[in-house]
Design a protein around this ligand. Structure first.
Ligand SMILES: *Cc1c(COP(=O)(O)O)cnc(C)c1O
Length: 359
């Protein structure tokens, strides 16, 4: 009997990619697969994204793992390279690099490569994380055009800070600043993450970079109830491993932090922070057993969580399946109960969890 299991619905994944294309019909798609495809399994997910035009990852190791897995699409390194010795590896593996800083451009200029690399020049329009200043754009663009180590095609990129909030005018400013800089330059433009794809249609550009929405999760702030016709790809499940009666006013679990004011039953489920379930999920965070929701009580432990199923529940027994999140219980909701974001919950899944890929 499998306990903690991430069931991955590959039909939902394909549906979500199609949904990206419905939102941005004129853009190419760079599927973002960083952090083990947001916890869904890097190579397996990539193998089922045939309709994507390219893949994007954060680190070179992730890109090499895709190649080792037999995947041949172009791969974009979203943070670029950190060491000039990596440049021949990029070239040999058909990796494309972001250029976001002077040290990267200088290293590229100084390298002796057998062929040019395809580069994406990243401009900071207000995120203030990676990217050159708008004032540096002309200089960087010219130098990239000049060096024989960069392809004459230099794609142009920026990244949004607040696209998940439709009322935030910062995104409008970022779009217009980027457009002003690059409008007259006949190269591919790329601005939008998932939230940009869903909420900012005038920022779709030539390429889009969906991450979270591919996995069927809404990137929008206050996402609850608005699924944008996405289908959750992951269902995190486990099993009931004990059912016990507790009398009223008896402290339960580590630190005795919880007691029921009336006699009740607890279902103990095999899931904890050792599987990646958030330790800070608060009392009442829902799980689904059968078709019904119940709330967790006490502290989330490494291996187990107690669920209050009430005194009169007689059908729940050892071995019953429990859904921690999934189509019937949005991970967005669990994230809210744990004061975090769905991104973190998905990529925190630990190696102890088994994966089951379903066609
Ligand atoms: C992670 C990332 C994305 C994808 O963001 P989502 O919100 O998951 O769609 C896009 N672009 C860059 C630069 C990223 O780092």
């Amino acid at each position: 009997m499998r306990l903690a299991t991430a069931e991955i619905n590959l039909t939902a994944l394909a549906h979500n990619l199609a949904q990206v294309k419905r939102f941005a019909p004129n853009s190419k798609v760079m599927a973002v697969l960083k952090a083990n495809a947001y916890g869904h399994g890097l190579v397996k997910i990539a193998q089922h994204l045939n309709d994507a035009d390219a893949f994007a990852v954060a680190r070179i190791d992730e890109a090499l793992a895709l190649r080792a897995g037999g995947l041949t699409k172009p791969i974009v390194l979203l943070e670029g390279f950190f060491n000039k010795d990596d440049l021949p590896i990029l070239l040999a593996n058909n990796f494309q690099t972001i250029i976001h800083d002077e040290y990267q451009l200088a290293a590229l200029e100084e390298a002796e490569l057998e062929a040019p690399l395809l580069c994406w020049l990243k401009v900071n329009t207000g995120m203030h994380r990676l990217g050159i200043a708008p004032e540096q754009f002309d200089e960087f663009y010219k130098r990239l055009q000049k060096t024989p180590n960069a392809n004459n095609t230099v794609n142009l990129m920026t990244h949004f800070a607040c696209a998940d909030d439709v009322n935030n005018t910062k995104t409008v400013q970022q779009i217009s600043q980027f457009d002003c800089l690059v409008n007259n330059i006949n190269q591919a433009h790329c601005l939008s993450n998932s939230a940009g794809i869903i909420a900012w249609p005038n920022a779709h550009g030539d390429w889009v970079r969906p991450g979270l929405m591919l996995y069927g999760v809404s990137p929008m702030a206050n996402a609850l109830g608005e699924q944008h016709q996405l289908k959750p790809v992951m269902r995190l499940t486990t099993r009931v491993i004990a059912v016990r009666h507790v009398p009223a006013n008896e402290a339960v679990g580590y630190g005795g932090r919880w007691k029921s004011d009336k006699a009740t039953q607890l279902a103990v489920v095999a899931m904890g922070y050792g599987d990646g379930y958030p330790r800070h999920a608060k009392e009442g965070t829902p799980v689904v057993i059968g078709k019904q929701r119940y709330g967790i009580v006490g502290s989330v432990a490494m291996d187990m969580i107690s669920v209050d199923i009430g005194q009169n529940e007689h059908n729940i027994k050892v071995g019953d399946r429990v859904t921690m999140w999934g189509p019937e219980l949005p991970v967005e909701e669990i994230a809210q109960c744990a004061d975090t974001i769905p991104y973190e919950l998905l990529c925190n899944i630990t190696p102890r969890v088994s994966y089951e890929y379903q066609p």
